[in-house]
Design a protein around this ligand. Structure first.
Ligand SMILES: Nc1ncnc2c1ncn2[C@@H]1O[C@H](COP(=O)(O)OP(=O)(O)OP(=O)(O)O)[C@@H](O)[C@H]1O
Ligand SMILES: [Mg+2]
Length: 396
């Protein structure tokens, strides 16, 4: 096995060597590109926990579009994204027009106000809608002229967040308009549920993000163990190696269906092996290291965003080996059930926990319990509650 090359990609946003468990979603989206305007999946909204694979799925959507010779604009929904999309569309449209100027000049471009000589700059009040409308019309004429399949535009928008709700509304209005006009356009957006829920829930008539509500919803979750296995085996075989069967079993089960863990476990198990075969010992060490890495990369930042009180709630939950009874958590914290309920709600919104049954909650992210037991429980929880002290919530 080529020792230096490690095929796994344990980095957020990095396309994995084998993308597992997403073929249905990918196929639906690709089909929608082929079927033409009006396909529901052409406007898709992906939600899911951190590290579940939203960004890499957007990348796969982009590849599907590129394979069809579509245009792709890839943006992150930070402030100013609408103008950035407008500018990118404009710049590329102009480049495209120049390339095909000769051909296009032979067809009728009636109705265009575009100044061919000054195509470098556009008026500051030009909207995204103006630019996309022009762009799509010109592309349509070019397609007709060349007698080729319609070339569309895919816009991907990652890290969608309610803090940019005004821009999302403008963007949505533009896209909805173009979709109504049967334009060759597709949009795929992604974000964590907590950042998107407020957008979907908004009842404000002035802020109707109906565009998002109507979108095709893809809720990404864990992948099946058989898929995890494919994700671990394929890349190792590709570099001429293999997993010993007991090592593979350990690795698969450690991933718990969580895509980020496939990459972490794969990467570290390989690093700890020194022959062509990944043996049990390397897998055990790889798993332990992967869990620590997951703590640093996912758990720690997620916990940092929370208040002390919220962390204490999680620490109280971590004392259970499985789902926690909310009444029991309240008792551990020494507060009333109603009081604890407020934290529970906040933590659900923050994607840290989920309700699993009436009166029970469970951690959203894999290995959060272990992480809390190893770090927060001892340092924060015991320090806050004290062994002998009357339990109290800090800051209250
Ligand atoms: N389907 C998959 N198969 C194999 N590996 C995957 C899959 N999806 C994601 N990964 C791997 O998991 C890691 C996280 O993926 P990604 O960055 O797409 O997550 P995300 O949902 O966008 O996370 P965040 O919310 O933090 O942006 C990457 O290392 C990626 O290679
Ligand atoms: Mg991402």
């Amino acid at each position: 096995m080529a020792r230096k090359f490690n095929p796994f990609r344990a980095t957020l946003g990095a396309t994995p060597p084998v993308l597992v468990g997403r073929s249905d979603v990918l196929e639906d989206f690709a089909l929608a590109l082929d079927e033409g305007p009006g396909s529901h999946e052409r406007v898709t909204l992906i939600t899911g926990a951190r590290g579940i694979g939203k960004t890499v799925l957007l990348n796969a959507f982009e590849n599907a579009a590129t394979e069809r010779t579509w245009w792709v604009i890839s943006e992150t929904a930070t402030p100013g994204f609408v103008n950035r999309i407008r500018d990118t569309a404009y710049r590329r449209m102009v480049g495209h027009l120049r390339e095909h100027r000769q051909r296009l000049s032979s067809v009728t471009l009636g109705g265009y106000s575009l100044n061919w000589e000054n195509a470098e700059s556009h008026r500051p009040d030009t909207t995204l809608r103006d630019v996309l409308t022009e762009f799509l019309d010109l592309q349509r004429q070019l397609d007709a002229n060349l007698r080729q399949d319609p070339v569309g535009l895919l816009i991907t928008l990652d890290e969608l967040h309610y803090s940019v709700r005004d821009e999302v509304r403008d963007f949505g209005a533009t896209i909805q308009h173009l979709v109504r006009e049967d334009a060759e356009i597709a949009v795929a957006m992604a974000g964590i549920p907590g950042a998107i829920r407020p957008l979907l829930a908004s009842n404000d008539a002035q802020n109707p993000v109906t565009f998002l509500r109507r979108a095709n919803r893809v809720e990404l979750g864990a992948v099946q163990d058989v898929e995890v296995e494919l994700g671990l085996v394929g890349p190792v075989e590709d570099i001429g190696g293999r997993w010993a069967s007991d090592a593979l079993a350990v690795a698969v089960s450690a991933c718990g269906g969580y895509p980020f863990m496939i990459q972490l476990v794969g990467q570290w198990s390989l690093r700890f092996s020194d022959g062509d075969v990944v043996y049990r010992e390397a897998a055990d060490r790889g798993v332990a290291k992967a869990q620590r890495k997951l703590g640093q990369l996912v758990h720690e930042p997620a916990l940092e965003d929370l208040s002390d009180v919220d962390r204490t709630y999680l620490a109280a939950m971590a004392r259970d080996d499985g789902p926690s009874r909310t009444a029991e958590v309240a008792t551990r914290l020494g507060v009333t059930a109603q009081y604890a309920n407020q934290y529970r709600r906040r933590l659900i919104e923050a994607e840290m926990i989920r309700s699993v049954a009436q009166g029970y909650v469970e951690f959203e992210l894999p290995y959060m319990r272990d992480y809390l037991r190893g770090h927060i429980v001892n340092e924060a929880f015991d320090a806050v509650l004290g062994e002998e002290e009357q339990p109290r919530i800090p800051g209250l």
